[in-house]
Design a protein. Structure first.
Ligand code: COA
Length: 432
């Protein structure tokens, strides 16, 4: 780019000037997860009374989510692409909305039903060629920047520079320089249940496999049991600190990957400074848009792809509810089905749903005869492959409904097995 320095300098503004570009009725897409431009979101909130009916589109919101508060109901309406702790109440009470979508299809929505007025993202300072990196979040941020009428960027020199798709400075309407530590995700606490689940999942993973790891205690627990494996690879929606430990131990080296050999591939990253330092200017890490990384056909180009995700409930047919407890939407589909299908199409692939056998302090079984009324089926019984609890492994794909039910009851918590067996006998008209 010829005079990128001039363009950059001429587009530098204060945060107040930048958020004045947001107009009532606009749709504002906020940068995802730990890529949230918190300084800009705070500035927008400081001007809340200047707006009416601004639609906030966000996915995993790791920041304060103040736009979800009842006192801002006239100013902002949240349209969640994934519901989290900060947005559950707003969505449940009707002040906000949830839009179901496979993660890999979200960038496409910006061309169809969700055209973007304003994209607010975090970027690194430009490199010597005038390109900025989206750092820890390329996922939908890339397409939001490419399609938005107005792009407001927080330029954060603490954002790690990652390779993948870079943003030329002339794509950005205004730059707000503000240095701040990134939002961090603390490593989850791992107890005996998570350890047992981790051990069971690890028994399904072979040397040379490529892994997709979901977020939370379960995937991290799985990593703890992979220390004796060799030549593992990463092609994942996201990854966290656990991968860094295995990379440093030489267990993950991506050498056997059939797509992007030698590279860690993800569409976003969530962790602590240890992770952010690992990925900064690391030529072996590619952070790429979600419509590429999560596309089942792309993911499947990795032979021996193993996906590991979690859920809320499994019924005896193997229908997986991962995003709602009855009518209450508590999260979203995210990349779960993208990768379950990617693993299904992958030569040698396996898809694991791993979960504790009980919830709510052991008072309810997560393996149930029927999903709760109102629960959304996230992964269909046709897509499901392995279900894992602390009590073992149930392989469902290719098995009859009767065999599936038996296999699931075997890995249910012992306190709930008698009730499940009674349901089995009623449903299948035979003794357990
Ligand atoms: N009945 C009642 N409550 C249940 C329940 C059930 N069957 N299953 C979970 N819950 C409750 C938990 O007790 C917990 O309540 P709390 O917040 O009051 O403690 C809450 O629901 C969240 O469950 P938890 O098991 O702690 O969640 P998690 O952080 O391990 O995440 C999912 C589990 C299923 C929500 C998460 O994996 C998810 O969103 N999956 C779908 C998206 C996905 O797989 N994306 C791909 C990878 S990023």
């Amino acid at each position: 780019m010829a005079d990128w320095k001039e363009i950059y300098e001429s587009r530098k503004v204060s945060a107040d000037e930048a958020v004045a570009r947001i107009k009532s009725g606009n749709r504002v897409v906020i940068g995802h997860a730990c890529g949230e431009p918190s300084f800009l979101v705070d500035a927008m909130m400081a001007h809340a009374q200047d707006y009416r009916d601004v639609e906030i589109v966000h996915m995993v919101a790791m920041g304060k989510c103040e736009y979800c508060k009842p006192e801002y109901a006239a100013n902002f309406r949240h349209n969640a692409l994934f519901v989290g702790g900060g947005s559950r109440e707003a969505v449940f009470s009707g002040r906000g909305d949830y839009t179901p979508s496979f993660f890999f299809e979200i960038p496409q929505l910006f061309h169809t039903t969700l055209p973007v007025d304003v994209a607010m993202v975090s970027l690194t300072p430009p490199d010597e060629e005038g390109n900025c990196s989206l750092g820890v979040s390329a996922d939908y941020d890339y397409e939001a920047v490419m399609t938005a009428k107005t792009v407001i960027a927080q330029v954060n020199d603490q954002m790690p520079f990652t390779y993948g798709k870079l943003i030329p400075v002339d794509k950005v309407t205004c730059f707000v320089e503000h240095s701040a530590p990134l939002i961090e995700l603390a490593p989850p606490k791992i107890g005996p249940v998570e350890e047992a689940i981790g051990r069971n999942c690890a028994s399904l993973i072979n040397d040379g496999d490529t892994l997709q790891l979901g977020i939370g205690a379960i995937p991290d627990a799985v990593l703890l049991f992979l220390k004796d494996k060799k030549d593992l690879g990463i092609h994942s929606e996201m990854f966290s600190d656990g991968v860094v430990a295995l990379a440093e131990a030489g267990v993950i080296n991506n050498s056997k990957k059939t797509l992007h050999p030698g590279k860690y591939v993800a569409n976003f990253l969530m962790g602590t400074k240890r992770l952010y330092d690992f990925v900064d200017h690391n030529p072996d890490v590619l952070v790429l848009p979600v419509d590429y990384v999560n596309h089942p056909v792309v993911a499947a180009k990795n032979d021996n792809l193993v996906s590991i995700n979690s859920c809320v409930q499994v019924d005896l047919m193997g229908q997986i509810a991962s995003e709602s407890i009855g009518f209450k939407q508590i999260s979203g589909v995210g990349g779960q089905v993208d990768f379950i299908r990617g693993a299904a199409f992958s030569k040698g692939g396996r898809a694991i749903i791993a979960m504790p056998s009980t919830a709510a302090k052991g008072t309810v079984s997560k393996i149930v005869p029927l999903l709760d009324e109102g629960a959304a089926v996230t992964t269909s019984r046709n897509d499901v492959d392995y279900v894992v609890t602390e009590y073992g492994i149930a392989h469902l794909k290719g098995h009859t409904l009767r065999d599936r039910a038996r296999a699931l009851i075997e890995i249910a918590h012992p306190d709930f097995q008698d009730g499940l067996k009674e349901e089995f006998e009623k449903r299948f008209h035979c003794a357990y």
